[in-house]
Ligand binder design. Structure first.
Ligand code: ZN
Ligand code: ZN
Ligand code: FE
Length: 752
């Protein structure tokens, strides 16, 4: 029997070759009708014998293109018509408030890499793409995803591209950013001596500049990068100077796997992450020491593989196989996306600015992930991941969550989808705050989103809290660590009750103490703080976070008071007397010494006591250095208190004695890690017993420390616990907006 249907398909179905796939399927089974993109879904009209239609619908889900996923199919029966003969792709449609998912940017596929060698009109074309690969989020201005709504609308297709675009058997059938040497965006290279616009000479010149040990600015999918030969000491030093980034580790781009394996340990999980279409920077363990000006002497380095055809073409010409590939910005400012601004900023300071005239609409940094063995942890979520939504089983529409302060990102609710913005950065400078505001406006337009309710951090002075308060809509303030935990609950779709260990830098508590070592019991929108490490005074408060020696002094003062200065630790002798006098005075009188129990501050204090790091040159330097020193064979730990306010006094005394005895620092660092792991396990096991709950969430910035995560997480798995670790959104404050959004939605649902 003949039937006709209208099928509404939602999910990630635009920008991933879904319509061409539908069209091919329909033609294959000779089913007439049409398919079209609308801003809220893909619609299919299809007619034919019942049995074939059923197969067609089943195949829609089971054989969808690799990067697509179907969330829902709504099928309505319509009258059959005799005039439906062929199958076609129709013009797109606008639907008032509905939206479809927007695909993240996708790294170049293998077929396209072959095309730039074999297709005459695409020979060495550096921006080739198809329905399986290429820019997406970075070029989209509005929905539906059609060329006209992207920065590709400025380029009219040539006949060759046009033929492919309309050939349903072609991989580029309806590939919106389709382009070639004739019609697509073109490369440019500006130097102080002039400009070049010819691809081959650009690649040759650029390769020569880099191989000669000079620095170049190079436009990527989501913004400019600064690149140089990683093994050239002078080049790297020059790059540090011009970026004003004195010691923070640089990300590296390595030509291919074989080359990467020479310097880094790569597990099968890491290999598949590196090669995935998101092409993130993966934090890998180094095989032997690499130059200190690359990774600050740590045991890991951030490594990525080429992602754009442009990168592959450049490596073909380069002698250098390993490049520093760092975001094109100065210090902490947002990565530059505009060609003019890039020229102004870099032409004097580098030897070349190379790019292409395809505009970047949505700025995206490279994403950063780390696989710790059992878990893959997101550290920076941007290119290749944003703006993929997290699906929740609760209505989220109209809720905005503004996030926190460091690694900021916001989150908006569309139906049951939580859509996280790309990584924005630390909101400690005007340009990054501006980027935050711009990105929010962009998301509001792109997703036709009007905030009706807003959630933010408890901290009153964050840019994100001020912005939330200025909106004049119902406002929900969410405690920082509760938000961390709720983000995990949202990702795993559990209402609890769940126990959680949140080890973090700093977040304002409900008692004005700077929390950050929290043992929580969370359920729906509620939480109880069951335990935490003991709080100690931090002279100078949040501003002192850059000075681990202040955390150390505060911790010592907390336990030893006026006897602190007599302790036999060399670190105390290094602080000038005049400075110490002021700090002791502040501590004695409690002037500007808020209490903190942040685990990050404990790590800072330990590193400073050991003389490893007294001032942070980059965020979390002290904890990272401490982690780098840990040795597997050291199994001992220091003693700790077993109360629900965990005291590290015994540990501190034993550590000081180890320092006095000049015990090897790597042994002390290992024992310190083991102590924190043991204390956390003791505490959480007590709670597991008491509450009979075997679900445990591990989150917060300190869990970027692979030792802590593996140490605590693996032991809990052995205890037959279910361990939740965030993987879709960052484990640090970059993921906090999801938790805020989820709590606001839960509270709203309870009010209705
Ligand atoms: Zn491709
Ligand atoms: Zn063309
Ligand atoms: Fe945090």
């Amino acid at each position: 029997m003949n039937r006709a249907y209208i099928i509404k398909v939602t999910g990630l179905v635009q920008g991933v070759g879904f319509r061409p796939f539908v069209s091919r399927l329909a033609s294959q089974w000779q089913l007439p009708g049409w398919v079209k993109n609308a801003s809220d879904a893909v619609y299919i009209c299809i007619q034919g014998p019942d049995t074939r239609l059923r197969k067609f619908i089943k195949t829609l889900i089971t054989k969808a293109p690799v990067h697509a996923h179907v969330d829902s199919l709504e099928i309505s029966i319509i009258p059959t018509r005799n005039d439906r003969e062929a199958f076609s792709i129709e013009k797109s449609e606008e639907v008032a408030t509905g939206i479809t998912e927007i695909s993240p940017d996708l790294a170049v596929c293998d077929e396209c890499l072959k095309d730039i060698q074999n297709q005459a009109f695409r020979y060495h074309y550096p921006l080739v793409n198809c329905t399986h690969c290429g820019p997406r989020f970075s070029i989209i201005e509005k929905l539906p995803y059609d060329r006209i709504n992207t920065s590709m609308h400025e380029f009219a297709m040539c006949e060759d591209c046009y033929d492919e675009y309309y050939d349903e058997n072609n991989r580029r059938f309806h590939a919106q950013p389709v382009a070639c040497n004739t019609c697509g965006p073109q490369l440019f290279l500006h130097t102080e001596n002039g400009s070049i616009y010819d691809n081959e000479s650009i690649l040759d010149t650029l390769a020569r500049i880099i191989d000669d040990g000079r620095v170049a600015a190079l436009k990527g999918t989501g913004g400019y990068a600064l690149v140089c030969d990683a093994w050239n000491r002078n080049a790297v030093d020059h790059l540090r100077k011009l970026k004003k980034r004195w010691s923070k580790p640089f990300a590296l781009m390595v030509s291919d796997f074989e080359e990467a394996k020479k310097y880094f340990h790569i597990s099968p999980e890491e290999a598949s992450l590196l090669a995935s279409s998101a092409r993130p920077i993966a934090l890998l363990r180094t095989k032997s020491v690499i130059p200190e000006n690359l990774n600050a002497g740590l045991h890991t380095a951030g490594v990525m593989l080429p992602s754009m055809p442009l990168h592959y073409l450049l490596f073909e010409k380069l002698q250098s196989k390993v490049l520093v590939y760092t975001s094109g910005n100065i210090s902490n400012e947002p990565i530059i996306t505009d060609d003019g601004i890039a020229c102004d900023a870099f032409i004097q300071k580098t030897q070349a600015v190379a790019g292409f005239n395809r505009r970047i609409i949505n700025r995206c940094d490279d994403s950063v992930i780390q696989n710790t063995g059992n878990w893959t942890v997101m550290m920076r979520r941007s290119k290749g991941y944003a703006p993929a939504p997290v699906s929740c089983q609760i209505e989220l529409e109209g809720i905005l969550a503004t996030g926190a302060y460091l690694n900021a990102a916001f989150c908006i609710g569309k139906k049951n989808h939580a859509i996280m913005s790309q990584y924005i950065g630390d909101l400690d400078n005007a340009d990054t705050c501006l980027f935050y505001n711009e990105a929010l406006e962009r998301f509001k337009n792109l997703y036709r989103f009007t905030p009706e309710m807003v959630a933010c951090d408890l901290h009153p002075a964050y840019h994100t809290s001020l912005l939330a308060a200025s909106l004049g809509i119902p406002l929900i303030k969410v405690q920082h660590h509760h938000a961390h935990m709720a983000a995990v609950m949202a990702e795993y779709q559990t209402d609890g009750p769940v126990l959680g260990i949140v080890l973090d830098g700093t977040g304002l508590g409900t008692d004005q103490v700077l929390w950050g070592s929290e043992f929580l019991l969370a359920e729906h929108d509620q939480y109880q703080r069951l335990a935490h490490f003991e709080a100690f005074p931090l002279p100078g408060g949040e501003k002192a976070i850059e000075n681990p020696e202040r955390a150390a002094l505060g911790l010592l003062w907390h336990y030893f008071g006026t006897k602190t200065d007599a302790l036999p630790i060399p670190f105390l002798k290094k602080i000038p007397d005049s400075e110490k006098k002021i700090l002791y005075n502040m501590l004695a009188k409690g002037i500007n010494c808020p209490n903190t129990c942040g685990m990050g501050r404990y790590f800072d204090a330990a590193a400073a006591l050991m003389g490893i790091c007294s001032t942070h040159n980059f965020q979390a330097e002290a904890p990272m250095r401490l982690e780098s020193m840990v040795r597997d064979e050291v199994k001992e730990a220091y003693d700790f208190g077993t109360g629900n306010i965990i005291s590290l006094r015994p540990a501190l005394e034993q550590m000081i004695s180890d320092i006095e005895k000049s015990v090897c620092l790597s042994v002390i660092a290992s024992k310190f890690h083991n102590t924190i792991i043991a204390a956390c396990l003791y505490q959480i096991r007590t709670q597991i017993k008491q509450y009979g709950i075997k679900k445990v969430a591990l989150t917060g910035g300190c869990f970027q420390n692979a030792r802590l995560l593996q140490g605590i997480g693996k032991a809990l798995l052995k205890d037959a616990c279910k361990v939740y670790v965030p993987s879709k959104v960052p484990i640090n404050d970059g993921g906090i907006a999801l938790g805020q959004l989820y709590i606001a939605a839960k509270k709203r649902a309870l009010c209705v």
